[in-house]
Design a protein around this ligand. Structure first.
Ligand code: MTE
Ligand code: MO
Length: 537
C-alpha cells in the first residue's frame, strides 16, 4: 500500500467519523431545543412525516415485524440513516469544503420546513431543526479541518500504519506513528469527535426527558374522575375463568395494546382541552373539560380491537370506560338530514370517519375520560378519546380527540381510509386460543384449552374446538359482560402423547359461524381460524 493511499483511507475514516459525530450533535441540539419549546425534534418530526407518507402496507409490515415496538425501530432506523448521511457529508466536507457543512445546514432548514407543515406543529416548530443544522454544520466544519490537517501530516509521515507492529519476540515494537507528527492530531481529533458525540447524546436524552416531564403527565395525577350518573352493570360472576395464560377478561391499563401514528405521545392538559362539533349541524357546539365533567357520565365495558390484529393476534383489549354519550352531544348540535358521517380529529391531526348511525343509535359510543377507574393514560388518549362498540379503532377510537365534523362519506376521508383501508370497519367475528400456547409442551392427561372470542355489539353465542381432524366440540363460554365485550371460553381436554393441532371457531349471537376463509388484515380486518400446535408428552 502506498503511503498516499493509506493516508487517503485514514482520511476517509476520519471524515466519516467527523460527519457522523457532527450530526449526532445536531440531533441532540435539535431535541433539546424541541424539549424547551415543546413539540417534536428533528428526528421525531421527520419520523412523523415518514409515518404519514408511508404506504399502507408499510404500517402493516412494521406492526407485523416489530409489534408495538415499531416506533422505537423507526427512530433507531432514522438515526442510523442520518448518521450514514452525516458520514457522507463528512467525506464531502474534507474533500470539497464547505459543501459538506453546507449540506448539513440545508438538511436542518428542510427539516424545519417539514416540521412547520406537521398538523401538530407548535409555534417555532422550525427552530429545533434549524438549530440542529447550524450546530451540525459548525461541528463538521471544525472536525473536518482537523481531518485535513491530520491527512496532510499523515501523508508526510514515513509509515502511517494503524496496526501496532509486533516483533518476532512478541513484544511491541515502538509504533512508527508515535513518532509521526500526525499522532497528536489523531488523538485530539478522536477526543473532539468523542466529545461531540457524548454532548449530542446527552442533549438528546435531556431533550426527551424535558418533553416527557411536561404538562400532561402532571395533569393526569390531578384528575379526579366524577362518579358515573349511570354505572356499568356489575361484571357477572363467572365471566373471568381465571385460567393461567388466558387473557384476563378486563385488560389492565398497563398491558392494553397501543396503536397510533404518534411518535411523541400528544400532551394535552384538561385546561387546554375542548371539543367542537360542527359541519352539517344546525348549531355548532363546543365543550370544555369542566363542562364535560359536569355532564351525566356513563360507564360501559367495551372491547377495542385494531383492524391490524392478525388471526390469533393481541391487538385487542377490554376495559371499563367512563364517558359521555356522543349521541347526546350530537343531539344538541342537530345534524342535518344529508349528514351520514362524523369525522373525528385528534390534536395531532389523526382522523377517523365513523358512520353517524353508530354514534346516534343506542350503543355506548362515548367521549371517554376514564379507563378502568383511572383517568385515560396519556398514550390511550388523555384527556379525552372516543370509544365506539363494534367498530375497529381506525374508524372510531380517536384518541386526544378535539374536533367532530359532521359530514358525509362522499365529502371527506379519514387518515386510514385515505390510505386504502375500508371506509366501514365493523369488527369481524373472531376467536383465539390462549392456552396452551403455541409450541408449548403439555403433560399428558387432564388439561384445558381456553381462549377468548368476540364480535362486539353482536355478541358470541358459542365456541367450538377441533383437535387434529376430530369432530368440533362445544367449548364452555363464560358469562359475557355484555355484547360489546369479548368472552372467555374453555374446554377440558384429555391430552394424549404426541403432536396435536388445535383449532377454534366462534358462532355469533345472530348464528353466523366464524369463516375459515383466510383474509389479510387489509383492507377491513383478518379472517380465518386460529390454530395452535402443541406437543403432549
Ligand atoms: N389520535 C389517534 N387516535 C387513534 C389512532 C391514532 O393513530 N391516532 N389509532 C387508532 C387505532 S388504529 C386504534 S386500533 C386505536 C387503538 O387504541 P389504543 O392505543 O388505546 O389501544 O386507537 C385509534 N385512535
Ligand atoms: Mo387500529
Amino acid at each position: 500500500m502506498t503511503t498516499e493511499r493509506a493516508a487517503g483511507r485514514a482520511g476517509i475514516a476520519g471524515a466519516g467519523i467527523a460527519g457522523a459525530a457532527a450530526v449526532v450533535l445536531a440531533g441532540g441540539v435539535g431535541e433539546v431545543v424541541a424539549g424547551l419549546i415543546g413539540g417534536g425534534g428533528p428526528v421525531t418530526s421527520v419520523g412523523g412525516w415518514l409515518i404519514d407518507l408511508a404506504p399502507p402496507w408499510a404500517k402493516d409490515t412494521a406492526i407485523a415485524l416489530f409489534g408495538t415496538a415499531d416506533k422505537i425501530v423507526l427512530v433507531v432506523a432514522i438515526c442510523l440513516v442520518i448518521a450514514a448521511l452525516g458520514a457522507a457529508c463528512g467525506v464531502l466536507e474534507v474533500r470539497r469544503p464547505p459543501w459538506g457543512a453546507a449540506i448539513v445546514a440545508v438538511f436542518g432548514i428542510v427539516g424545519g420546513v417539514i416540521a412547520t407543515t406537521r398538523s401538530d406543529a407548535v409555534v417555532g416548530a422550525w427552530l429545533p431543526s434549524v438549530a440542529a443544522g447550524i450546530a451540525g454544520a459548525l461541528a463538521l466544519w471544525w472536525l473536518a479541518r482537523m481531518v485535513r490537517g491530520m491527512a496532510a501530516a499523515g501523508a508526510a509521515a514515513p509509515q502511517p500504519s494503524v496496526t501496532p507492529a509486533v516483533d518476532s519476540a512478541g513484544t511491541r515494537a515502538p509504533q512508527p506513528l508515535s513518532a509521526a507528527p500526525g499522532r497528536a492530531d489523531r488523538r485530539t481529533f478522536l477526543m473532539w469527535s468523542g466529545a461531540t458525540v457524548v454532548v449530542g447524546v446527552l442533549a438528546a436524552v435531556g431533550g426527551t426527558a424535558l418533553r416527557a416531564g411536561r404538562a400532561a403527565a402532571t395533569a393526569i395525577r390531578d384528575v379526579v374522575l366524577p362518579r358515573p350518573a349511570v354505572s356499568a352493570a356489575p361484571v357477572p360472576a363467572g365471566s373471568e375463568l381465571d385460567i393461567p395464560g388466558l387473557a384476563p377478561v378486563i385488560t389492565p391499563n398497563d398491558s392494553f395494546y397501543r396503536i397510533d401514528t404518534a411518535l411523541i405521545v400528544p400532551s394535552v392538559t384538561p385546561a387546554e382541552w375542548s371539543i367542537r362539533v360542527h359541519g352539517l349541524v344546525e348549531e355548532t357546539v363546543t365543550l370544555t373539560w369542566d363542562e364535560l365533567l359536569a355532564l351525566p357520565l356513563e360507564e360501559s365495558h367495551t372491547t377495542l380491537a385494531c383492524v391490524s390484529n392478525e388471526v390469533g393476534g393481541t391487538l385487542i383489549g377490554n376495559a371499563l370506560w367512563l364517558g359521555y354519550p356522543i349521541r347526546e352531544l350530537l343531539a344538541r348540535a342537530r345534524p342535518t338530514a344529508e349528514a351520514d358521517m362524523v369525522l373525528s380529529r385528534s390534536v395531532d391531526g389523526f382522523t377517523a370517519s365513523t358512520p353517524l348511525e353508530a354514534l346516534t343509535d343506542d350503543r355506548a359510543a362515548i367521549l371517554a375520560i376514564g379507563m378502568n377507574g383511572e383517568p385515560l393514560p396519556q398514550e390511550h388518549g388523555f384527556p379525552v378519546r372516543m370509544v365506539v362498540p363494534g367498530l375497529y379503532g381506525y374508524v372510531s377510537a380517536t384518541k386526544w380527540v378535539v374536533d367532530l365534523e359532521v359530514t358525509r362519506f362522499d365529502r371527506a376521508r379519514a387518515y386510514w381510509t385515505d390510505r386504502g383501508w375500508s371506509e366501514f370497519g365493523p369488527i369481524k367475528l373472531q376467536s383465539r386460543i390462549d392456552v396452551p400456547r403455541d409450541g408449548q409442551n403439555v403433560a399428558a392427561g387432564e388439561t384445558v384449552i381456553a381462549g377468548v372470542a368476540w364480535q362486539q355489539h353482536v355478541g358470541v353465542a358459542g365456541v367450538e374446538v377441533q383437535i387434529d381432524d376430530g369432530a368440533w366440540q362445544q367449548a364452555t363460554v363464560a358469562a359475557a359482560i355484555s355484547d360489546d365485550t369479548w368472552v372467555q371460553w374453555s374446554l377440558p381436554w384429555t391430552a394424549t402423547a404426541g403432536r396435536h393441532l388445535l383449532r377454534c371457531r366462534a358462532t355469533s349471537a345472530t348464528g353466523d359461524v366464524q369463516t375459515s376463509a383466510v383474509a389479510p388484515v387489509v383492507p377491513d380486518g383478518a379472517t380465518g381460524w386460529h390454530e395452535r400446535n402443541v406437543t403432549v408428552s
